[in-house]
Design a protein around this ligand. Sequence first.
Ligand SMILES: Nc1nc2c(c(=O)[nH]1)N[C@H]1C(S)=C(S)[C@@H](COP(=O)(O)OP(=O)(O)OC[C@H]3O[C@@H](n4cnc5c(N)ncnc54)[C@H](O)[C@@H]3O)O[C@H]1N2
Ligand code: MOO
Length: 415
Amino acid sequence: MSEARSSDALSTVEEHLGRVLAHLEPLADYPQPLMDALGLSAAEDVVSPIALPSFDNSAMDGYAVRQEDVAGASDDTPVHLPVVGEIGAGQGGLMALSPGTAAKIMTGAPLPAGADAVVPYEWTDRGVAQVRIVAAPSVGQHVRRAGEDVAAGDLLVEHGTVLGPRHLGLLASVGRTTVRSRPRPRVVILSTGSELREPGQPLGRDTIYDGNSWLLAASARAAGAIAYRVGIVPDEPRAFLDALSDQLVRADLVVTSGGVSQGDFDVVKEALRPLGTVWFGGVAMQPGKPQGFGTVGEDRVPIFTLPGNPVSSYISFETFVLPAIRKLMGRTPLARPSTRARLTHAISSPPGRRQFVRASYEVDSGGPFVSPVGGHGSHLIGDLANANALVVVPEDVTSVPAGEQVRVLLLDEEF
Ligand SMILES: Nc1nc2c(c(=O)[nH]1)N[C@H]1C(S)=C(S)[C@@H](COP(=O)(O)OP(=O)(O)OC[C@H]3O[C@@H](n4cnc5c(N)ncnc54)[C@H](O)[C@@H]3O)O[C@H]1N2
Ligand code: MOO
């Protein structure tokens, strides 16, 4: 962004999101230790270097046999075989089984050459020198064949897969120690406002606790980022710029809240405008109209300047910052997918603005339904905490009657 601009005309949500996404590229991938890759997007096709199982082995504790030696075994016609050895898991070497003999074998131990079945202990007298066998396995029974699960060269994890516990377990099982993936973006969060105090500190009559930096840091972490919550910066442009430049070294993204509307102490606007690299303007949405986005510092770190009202801040995060974090991480889809539900109570909405209505989403025998929670005020954080969804009312709609099917964003759903 080469110069600061602002305009009275509102951008649409899509225009602003486009403005944001155009400035972001996925972070460079590198091989990460398996545990660090949990929840990240794989940046390689992982092909198995080995087969699984990698050798024929026993599925039961019992005796390795040649099936033809025990084919007739029953309670009435038991078969007796000399026991020529014992093979535990992790032991085995290259032992071969001669015709007419059995070897004790434990679950997971390699099947000796010549053996083609395993008789479980339960079908025997568990003999040590000689074993009495009263039932016959079929050929191959209780044997786990090399390669029956995974063949060497199989594609294990496709590029773009979000790595979960089962993927990581599989990668470790084929001997991988790392997997190429995109790192978690480091998101620095700053709250501005001389009225703010840290939770735990005493409050005066004119001060409030800084809820936003926690709300935003938790949202960033929930989105998969590493969140650095810097906390409170007073309404002084110098202090804000100092705090910001201290943080840039560890930031892939900066998110501020407050100080971007029309007030006399709008510190973020005042401090960043002269840089000429941050756009400030209005977006046709409610809450969340005053927005800013651009880059700061030599490395052009992207910065979001979100409005200070807590609900505005949160909904701005959901609408713009969440897709940005997902783009940096190489995750798709970028935006939270929507679903549809029946609206239980009528709602009104300002013309020309996309409204995000806090709501509670449930499903009963009549299908999904959604009920507005609390009022419209952007300060109503108590109501926000009781919501699990946002009803999206389009810009050209000013009222929606009860019973209508509406578009809903489910806030706690993985995607
Ligand atoms: N004359 C106008 N006034 C306002 C307009 C407008 O268009 N014309 N827009 C309103 C809207 S909409 C919003 S949203 C807010 C955005 O204001 P700022 O981004 O400048 O935020 P502040 O003024 O700093 O704070 C607004 C409000 O939020 C509280 N706040 C701020 N930070 C925190 C925090 N970290 N934790 C909890 N609460 C916070 C702050 O105390 C204020 O009450 O502007 C409207 N005004
Ligand atoms: O847009 Mo403000 O964000 O309505 O409260």
